[in-house]
Design a protein around this ligand. Structure first.
Ligand code: GCU
Length: 848
């Protein structure tokens, strides 16, 4: 049945395929001109002051050798001998730790290096890289390579120290090989209930992480399996730690709080954190781990949250719970990251004063000072859950006597699941640069988590990543900029997000100016666009939080999970004021609280986070709330359309494989941004009855609804639920059930003047079937395609007709005249009844 109309061209793969496996560490050869220009000022040897193959200094030597060879075409010899360096001329790269360097007696380094920090001195071909420790030496080597890979051969003398000691990633991998909120294939760490046998990808991942100065990883899901602590798994974890050690990445795991008890490994009668048998169990288990993995990083714990067990079960405090692990880890120098993501996920939206956003403060504020020194409270950046915009979590302001870390999400769970381009560092910056004004003094979130503001020695960053077996790690080439920038910001949160992005672009795609410009432009435009078409004014990402977290579902908000909008026919927004609402604004220190309490001083972009207002309320911009919704959705979706031609302008400047992959995703995003626009704008228009001043919402002059076409064969109209997911709330499908193999035809006579048009087809692509479509004009085939996005995209798929499965394709440049007959033939497959929503006949430049 496939290619039944013979239109699916077999395209030979011509360009050298780049699959993204090396990420930003491609070390592509510099152009010949540049290579020659610098040939005379290059190092001639590498001296790596450590010969142990598991040492990051050794790795640095190998990495320098490999990188320089690939970038500059010259293979340098490596020597590990301390004495060897004196016999070379001055033109060599020396890399080592501070103590090894001191032993050379060459010169005293007067710079202040803190752990992981490095000194990099470049004088022509004489390059000195000294790390405070081995990890720092490796980071310095990567910094040097990053410079020359970008064609930067300038002399330099820099000391670089980390802003915070904890710079970790959290993977949400399950032992069966699936990944919670993973959009890039299966786990690289686990398969079939055990640690994976082949850990090649794990060490490749460690290399990427080290290059952006990440020093720790938690390899399993926060919703943790007690079997992470069996002898067999610990032996597997040792192998993971061995694979990552040469890159200075220390390994830890998420714990299930009830692991020893009756619902876990059944080795104790309880999991009460104060019970002596439980304490002894965790001590012994921790000792066992350290015996096998002496540089073990520690633990991460999600307790009493979303159904996970925790100390509250026994009326113990969360601090009692955290300290249980802290005591077991302390003798070994390990740390415990204890998540502040604790809330009641059984709330009642009818209770006006209830608010999930209050939970972290309510649970943790009073515990300040009760956590041991090796506990770090890990706080999600906002009070709810990785939404497209949130204020900074108020909890950051209230733990002056506790170590704190910020949890960011590189995984785009609520931000398009790596099938929409969203460069997230500008969002993170709104939080990191936010001033809490604790005690009336400057108190930036970044200075709180670094430990500087409250004089804490521990603190930092945890980034949820969820890489998978997909060769390009995140399932999206462009999404890798988020991982790159995450590491760099964790090192230096004052970094400029656009220059970090451009470093990443040059390393990943080359330095051709138009390549740098286009990827910069679309990436920097992407978060504002996504916010515009998904959820404005602080209303959050208006997705279906009970299901996929992917597409729009503005009507799915008010449920027990607490991400509420409180929208009704005339009003919208959470009243979080102290005077009349949930009191959340009062959780901020007084200066900030005053700003958020007051409607007038609350910034427009957080208005509906803090206030419940009429749709006709006027913003500082002068627009009403509802008109802002409409305009923003149209603007955001329009911006997403521009990403496609912008990327297409790079054809021939980016290798074919990555060019095609990115283009496919951007086209999908352009179509799905329209699904978002129409669902959200349509929903609030329907609810409020307030017309769009520009008369766009609900008007689609270029569309022909599938249900109004002439239907034959098996096609019949169906009402789509939620109604806002389909144009005119109705689609057509063929047959029903799981083994659907019917077919149908939908035809229409076009009434458009002679011209060249783009023909867009709105349809649904559900999981579990690959329907086959053909479009014909006057009986001549125009295009054929399959409903097989699940084979090409990574987001969570829906099994129903809804706004997660709604999508569209565009057939460009079709010559049309009045009276032409457009026909779509649909062949059902599996449970996919070749669902069609509409066709749109679009004059050039029109988006409908
Ligand atoms: C979100 C996410 C869950 C995850 C949770 C967490 O709610 O959807 O999958 O377990 O956050 O961070 O613990």
């Amino acid at each position: 049945m496939r290619a039944r109309w013979g239109l699916l061209a077999l395209v030979a793969a011509v360009a050298v395929a780049e699959n993204g496996l090396s990420g930003w560490l491609r070390y592509a050869p510099l152009p010949d001109g540049q290579r020659q220009q610098y040939a005379s000022s290059l190092p001639s040897h590498i001296v790596a002051l450590n010969s142990t193959s598991t040492s990051p200094v050794y790795t640095a030597g190998q990495e320098l050798q490999d990188g320089i060879q690939r970038i500059l075409g010259r293979k340098l010899k490596i020597s590990q001998e301390h004495s060897a360096w004196t016999s070379f001329n001055s033109s060599f790269v020396l890399v080592g730790t501070l103590s090894a360097y001191d032993k050379l007696g060459s010169q005293n380094l007067s710079t202040d290096l803190v752990p992981d920090g490095f000194w990099l001195n470049i004088k022509g071909g004489a390059v000195t890289i000294v790390g405070q420790n081995g990890r720092g030496a490796l980071y310095g080597a990567f910094e040097y390579l990053s410079r020359i890979a970008q064609g930067n051969f300038a002399d330099a003398d820099i000391v670089s120290n980390p802003d915070a000691p904890i710079r970790w990633v959290n993977e949400w991998d399950n032992m069966d090989g699936t990944i919670e909120r993973g959009y890039a294939g299966r786990s690289i760490f686990f398969a079939n209930g055990s640690v994976a046998t082949d850990l090649t990808r794990v060490s490749q991942y460690a290399r990427l992480l080290a290059s952006v100065r990440i020093n720790g990883i938690v390899v399993n899901n926060v919703n943790a399996n007690p079997r992470m602590l069996t002898n067999e798994t610990i032996a597997g974890l040792k192998r993971i730690a061995d694979s990552m050690r040469p890159y200075g990445v220390r390994v830890g795991i998420s714990l299930n709080f009830a692991s020893p008890g009756p619902d876990g490994l059944k080795e104790t009668a309880t999991f009460d954190p104060l019970d002596p048998t439980v304490i002894a169990w965790w001590e012994a288990k921790t000792n066992q781990i350290y015996q096998q993995i002496p540089d073990w990083a520690g633990y991460l714990v999600k307790a009493n949250s979303e159904g996970q067990p925790g100390p509250l079960t026994y009326n113990r405090t969360l601090a009692d719970g955290a300290n249980l692990f802290a005591r077991a880890l302390r003798p070994h120098g390990g740390i415990i990251m204890f998540r502040a993501f604790v809330y009641n996920s059984n709330m009642n939206p009818a209770v006006w004063k209830d608010d999930r956003a209050n939970a972290a403060y309510d649970f943790f504020k009073e515990l300040d000072g009760e956590f041991l020194d090796n506990v770090i409270v890990q706080i999600k950046y906002g009070p709810i859950d990785f939404q497209v915009r949130e204020p900074a979590s108020p909890l950051f302001a209230h733990l002056p006597n506790t170590n704190a870390a910020i949890e960011l999400q590189i995984t785009q769970e609520y931000l398009g699941q790596q099938d929409h381009l969203v460069y997230t560092p500008p969002l993170w910056k709104t939080i990191l640069d936010f001033d809490m004004r604790v005690g009336g003094k400057p108190s930036l979130v970044r200075d709180i988590v670094s430990g500087q503001r409250f004089n804490r020695t521990l603190g930092g960053y945890a980034g949820v990543v969820n890489v998978g077996t997909n060769p390009n790690w995140l399932g999206s080439h462009l999404a890798m900029s988020n991982l790159y920038a995450y590491g760099r910001l964790a090192w230096d949160p004052t970094g400029d997000v656009q220059s970090l992005l451009q470093d990443w672009i040059r390393l990943t795609f080359g330095s051709e100016p138009s390549v740098v410009k286009v990827i910069t432009d679309i990436s920097m435009a992407s978060w504002p666009a996504y916010e515009n078409y998904t959820g404005n004014l602080g209303i959050q990402t208006l997705t279906d939080i009970l299901y996929t977290h992917f597409g729009p579902c503005p009507q799915c908000q008010e449920n027990r999970w607490g991400q509420w909008t409180r929208a009704d026919k005339s009003t919208i927004g959470m009243d979080r004021t102290v005077s009349n609402g949930t009191g959340n604004s009062g959780q901020y220190p007084p200066e900030v609280a005053a700003v958020f309490e007051n409607l007038e001083t609350t910034p427009d972009n957080l208005l509906l986070w803090f206030h419940h207002v009429n749709y006709t309320h006027r913003l500082h911009s002068g627009k009403t709330v509802i008109q802002h919704f409409y305009d923003a959705h149209y603007d955001g979706a329009a911006a997403a359309q521009t990403f496609v031609p912008a990327w297409q302008s790079l054809q021939g400047k980016v290798d074919g494989a990555r060019f095609d992959d990115v283009l496919f995703k951007l086209r999908f995003q352009a179509g799905h941004a329209l699904v978002w626009r129409d669902a959200v704008a349509g929903y609030y228009y329907n609810l409020s009855g307030i017309a769009d001043e520009a008369s766009r919402v609900g008007h689609h002059p270029y569309r022909i609804e599938a249900e109004s076409m002439a239907l034959s064969g098996g096609y019949r109209p169906v009402a789509v639920d939620p109604f806002e997911a389909a144009s005119n709330s109705t689609a057509i499908v063929v047959g029903s059930g799981p083994n659907n193999n019917g077919s149908g035809e939908a035809a229409t006579v076009l009434d458009f003047p002679l011209g060249t048009y783009d023909i867009a087809v709105g349809y649904f692509d559900v999981a579990g079937g690959r329907a086959h479509y053909g479009a014909f004009l006057n009986g001549e085939p125009l295009h054929e395609w399959y409903g097989d996005l699940e084979d090409h995209l990574g987001h969570e798929f829906s099994t129903k007709l809804d706004a997660h499965s709604a999508t569209r394709i565009t057939i460009p440049n079709v010559d049309v005249k009045r009276g032409d007959v457009l026909k779509i033939i649909g062949l059902a497959d599996g449970n996919e009844g070749a669902p069609l929503d509409y066709v749109a006949i679009l004059p050039k430049g029109v988006v409908d």
